[in-house]
Design a binder for this molecule. Sequence first.
Ligand code: CO8
Length: 258
Amino acid sequence: MSTYENILVETRGEVGLITLNRPKALNALNNATMLEVVAAAEAFDADPAIGCLVLTGSAKAFAAGADIKEMADRSSVDMDAADWFAGWDGLTRVRKPLVAAVAGYALGGGCELAMMCDLIVAADTAKFGQPEINLGVITGMGGSQRLTRAVGKAKAMDMMLTGRMIDAEEAERSGLVSRVVPADELLDRAIDVATLIASRSQVASRAAKEAVNTAFSTTLEQGVLHERRLFHALFGSEDQKEGMAAFVEKREPTFRHR
Ligand code: CO8
């Protein structure tokens, strides 16, 4: 396993775990951290022994945003020339499911990073916000788009224009997170979810992820058609034969591609 400076990387069974590890900066997302997270996620994506990824931070902060100190003095030409943070798009190209386990602050780029994941499990201590407006800027890692799709215009405008943080309960009520769990159980519960996902056919989970994500980028008609084509294609997989045979024979399936 490669060594990284800003993250910890380990496996838990079939789950690949990436932990943001810049405690002194509350896991602020600098360029080096971005490169490491994307590289680690790509390595897990390519590893057939891994069926699902979990991305987490510390008890105090999932991530308190993009690294303000690294950006503060740059010009717009610098930011454009470097295409600042475009590298995060690599994370959205990971095809295995990616679970964010969020405790404490998920602010600015931290909230945006959590939203790049496929589902968010939040500790009851989690706080989500887009406080960029307080710095004279706006989201830059897709937050205005993903937040609006997740929570709708009213709440997204409220968060983007006022910089107000929402707690885990409001985040769940708004559809931003899928589950809220006690803080001391966060990692175990997120690993449980990821282990369950990893126990299923990877062929089917790739298709499920692609189908849901298609809903964010196309019309209903095209999305439904795309889903149907994926569904038909799955009938070419051994795992579909095994899954349906196991149901008929009243036994647990043993998926080959997992
Ligand atoms: N960047 C750099 N350093 C940070 C950041 C950050 N985002 N957040 C915290 N830190 C550092 C602090 O500077 C401090 O360091 P030091 O000890 O050297 O002074 C250390 O982490 C601890 O922070 P605090 O002392 O502030 O801890 P508190 O518990 O008092 O407060 C907060 C915690 C409320 C989370 C506070 O740290 C805070 O408000 N942080 C900034 C939150 C924020 O504004 N985030 C948005 C950043 S901008 C952004 O994410 C834009 C994303 C898109 C950019 C894309 C560009 C293309």
